[in-house]
Design a protein around this ligand. Structure first.
Ligand SMILES: Nc1ncnc2c1ncn2[C@@H]1O[C@H](COP(=O)(O)OP(=O)(O)O)[C@@H](O)[C@H]1O
Ligand SMILES: [Mg+2]
Length: 309
């Protein structure tokens, strides 16, 4: 058994290079065979400390996750997750299907509250504010986040009404403000040039890729602190995917973005940091370039080079 993860300060996970973080196997070496021992051990229930690269310590966190566990009924889907998502950076969450990527993302805006059988243990914070403390106003909390799903979900209303929806439900009545936000958000989502002459047309008349960018425009119209994207390109063709990826790259720096993807090329193209998950555990989390080219764990290397998953 491993000792529990130590915290040098609240919400700061132990660093992989620190002596008090034991490692089960050595880091990958060129030519080394995939050990898989650690992943087998995890599958059998061994506890495991995530390997978190030091570069993350220098980042200002927007979302902090501490000792976070989640069960769907009797089945545990997240195991003791400790991580800090950096502010104004793009973080990709990668890992094989069913490893808990969407579950973790949905916990950030408490969407899993909507599932009766879900139980959670642990803490999350958004800009220092507890997400799960008793008495948190979940509606107010969700207004601070924008979420985009796998399948574009424009509402059955005009393009314009879709974008300004967050303002309308927030009670904004000032037409000039509403108009300005619509234009700004559509420009921000790289869609304005394609729709500026047809704002009153139904959003459902747009192509899939345009619909997804409209959903991103709607998400940013609410001026969220963080954007949560769950495989936003999985229902799109390559050209539309490219546009959405370009958009994510453009938004980077101005927005804190978490993007779940099972597409490793996409993660490497759009993100600053990448978190690799497996069987509900955070395995390794670090700068994207490092995770893909010199991961600290041979298991991460095996996954990013396509040897399993
Ligand atoms: N609503 C649900 N009810 C029960 N089990 C679920 C539910 N959603 C996801 N799971 C289970 O939780 C695990 C993680 O799922 P998910 O977060 O969707 O993984 P990923 O997004 O990485 O594919 C899987 O075993 C999945 O079957
Ligand atoms: Mg998923």
């Amino acid at each position: 058994m491993q000792p529990p993860m130590s915290f040098s300060a609240p919400f700061i996970p132990a660093m992989s290079d620190s002596p008090n973080t034991p490692q089960l196997t050595k880091p990958a070496r060129p030519g080394e065979k995939s050990p898989g021992n650690r992943l087998e051990a995890i599958a059998k229930g061994a506890t495991f400390d995530s390997v978190i690269h030091k570069a993350l310590l220098a980042e200002d966190p927007i979302v902090e996750v501490k000792d976070f566990n989640l069960w769907y009924g009797p089945k545990q889907a997240l195991f003791n997750i400790n991580m800090r998502f950096p502010r104004n950076k793009v973080t990709a969450i990668i890992g094989p299907s069913g490893c808990g990527k969407s579950t973790l993302l949905r916990c950030i805006n408490r969407m899993n509250d909507l599932i009766d059988t879900v139980k959670i243990k642990g803490e999350m914070r958004l800009s220092g504010d507890s997400i799960y403390a008793p008495g948190v106003d979940v509606i107010e909390l969700r207004k601070r986040m924008g979420m985009v799903f796998q399948k574009p979900n424009p509402f059955p209303m005009s393009i314009f009404d879709n974008v300004v929806y967050p303002l309308k439900i927030d009670g904004e009545r000032n037409k000039a403000i509403i108009q300005a936000v619509a234009e700004q958000s559509l420009k921000g989502a790289a869609l304005w040039d394609e729709v500026d002459t047809r704002l009153r047309e139904s959003a459902l008349s747009l192509s899939g890729g345009q619909q997804q960018r409209l959903c991103i425009a709607r998400a940013i119209a609410g001026e969220p602190e963080i954007l949560l994207l769950d495989e936003p390109c999985s229902a799109l063709d390559p050209i539309a995917t490219n546009k959405v990826e370009e958009l994510v790259r453009e938004l980077r720096g101005d927005y804190s973005i978490v993007i779940v993807t099972h597409n490793m090329q996409q993660a490497s193209r759009v993100s600053d940091y990448t978190a690799f998950m497996y069987l509900g555990r955070l395995i390794e989390f670090g700068p994207t370039a490092d995770l893909f080219t010199r991961p600290k764990l041979s298991e991460t290397e095996a996954y990013v080079t396509g040897r399993f998953g």
